[in-house]
Ligand binder design. Sequence first.
Ligand SMILES: C[S@@+](CC[C@H](N)C(=O)[O-])C[C@H]1O[C@@H](n2cnc3c(N)ncnc32)[C@H](O)[C@@H]1O
Length: 410
Amino acid sequence: MAEGLGARAAAAALLDAVLGEGRMLSELPDAEGLAPGDRARARRLAEEVLRRVEPVDRLLGGLMRKAPPLPVLNLLRLAVVEMALGAAPHGAVNAAVALVRRGKRTQHLAGLANAVLRAVPANPVLGVQKLPRWMRQPMVHQWGREVVAAIEAVQALTPPLDLTVRPEAEAPEGEALPTGSLRLAAPGQVSGLPGYAAGGWWVQDAAAALAVRLLAPQPGERVLDLCAAPGGKTMQLAAAGARVTALDISPARMARVRENLARTGLAAETVLADALDWQPEAPFDAVLLDAPCSATGTVRRHPDLPFVKDGSELPGLVELQARLLDRALTMLRPGGRLVFATCSLLSEEGEGQVSAALERHPGLAVERAEVPGVEPGWWTEGGGLRLRPDHWAEKGGMDGFFIARLRVAG
Ligand SMILES: C[S@@+](CC[C@H](N)C(=O)[O-])C[C@H]1O[C@@H](n2cnc3c(N)ncnc32)[C@H](O)[C@@H]1O
C-alpha cells in the first residue's frame, strides 16, 4: 500500500464507525495488519477530525452542491484536517483521492473528491466547533457564553499528555505544573517514553490528579477507592502509603487496574463487586468516590463523545451517583472523609450532587483543604473544586472535573 494510505484508511474507517454507527472510539478494534505506529496515527487522525467536523463541513459545504456518502465525506474531512494541521496539500489530497478510488462503491466519486479538495485553500483556517446543545445549554446557564466559548476553544486543540510521577522516579522531560503533574506537549508513543518500564509514572490528567490531592491520604490509612478502574487514583493513593482497597464493577476494567499496579509495582487489594451491594468488613478512614458520569469534562481527550452521546443517560447517572454517594458514606468510620469526584461539566453531577447530599445527611459537611497549585478562583462558594477545560488555557487546559471533600460527624 502507498505511503501513509493504511493509517488514513483506518482513520476513515474509525470515523465511519463513530459518525455513522454512533460507536465510541474506545470500543473499536484497531485495523488488522497495521504496524503499531500506523494504528496510533489512525486514531490520532480520527480524533483530530472529530475535533473539527463542524468547521470542516462548513468549508466543504461551500464547495459541493450536496454531501457525498459518509465514507467519501470522511476522507474529504480527513484531507482538509491534515492540510489545516500543516500537511503538504498534494500528499493529503492524493491519498484521499486514491482511497476514494479504491472503494468499489466510492470509485465513481474519485473525480469529485479530487475537484473538491483541489479547491480547498492550502492552509485552511478552521473555526471552533460548538458542543451539542445538551451539554452547551446548561453550561451557558451556569457560566455564560464567554466561558463556554473558551472551553470550546481549548477542546479544539490537541491536548497535551499529563503524567503523575512518583518522587525520584525516572520521567520524560516536560513542564512541571503548579499542582505537581508533569505535562508533555508532543509525547509520541507512551510506552516508548523514558521510565515507562520502570513504572515510576502513569498517565493522568492534571485535573484528575487533584481528587487524591484533596483527599490527602496519610501513610497507613485505610482508604477505599470505590469506582477504581482503570486505577489512576488507586495508584496515587497507594503511592502515598495508604492501605488501599480498589473496587470496581467491571471485570475488563479491573484487569487494567491489576496491570497498572503490576507495572508500577504498587499494591492495593482489588475487589470486583457492585458498590451498591458490597459490605466492607470494617469501616474506612477515607473513601474516594470517582463516580460514573457523563464524562462531559473529557471531550478534549474523547472528541467522539459529543457525536455518540445525546444526554439521554444523564438522569440515570445522576440517580446512580446519589445512591453511590449515600452508600459510600456508610463505609466510613465516624469522623471519616469522603472525596466525591466526577469528570463532568454539568452541575447536576457535581455541585448539585453535593448540595443534595448535605440535605439528605444532617451532620455531613464540606471541607476545603489546602491543595498546592490550586487557584483560589477554582473553589466554589459551596467549598468544592470546579475544574474546567479553560483553566490554564495557555498551557493546554485541563479536563473538566468537580471534586469535593466531605466529612461525616465524629
Ligand atoms: C470515572 S470511572 C473511574 C476512574 C478511576 N477512578 C480512575 O481514576 O482511573 C468510573 C468507574 O465506575 C465503575 N462503576 C460504575 N458503576 C459501578 C458500581 N455500581 N459499583 C462499582 N463500580 C462501578 C465503572 O466500571 C468505572 O470503572
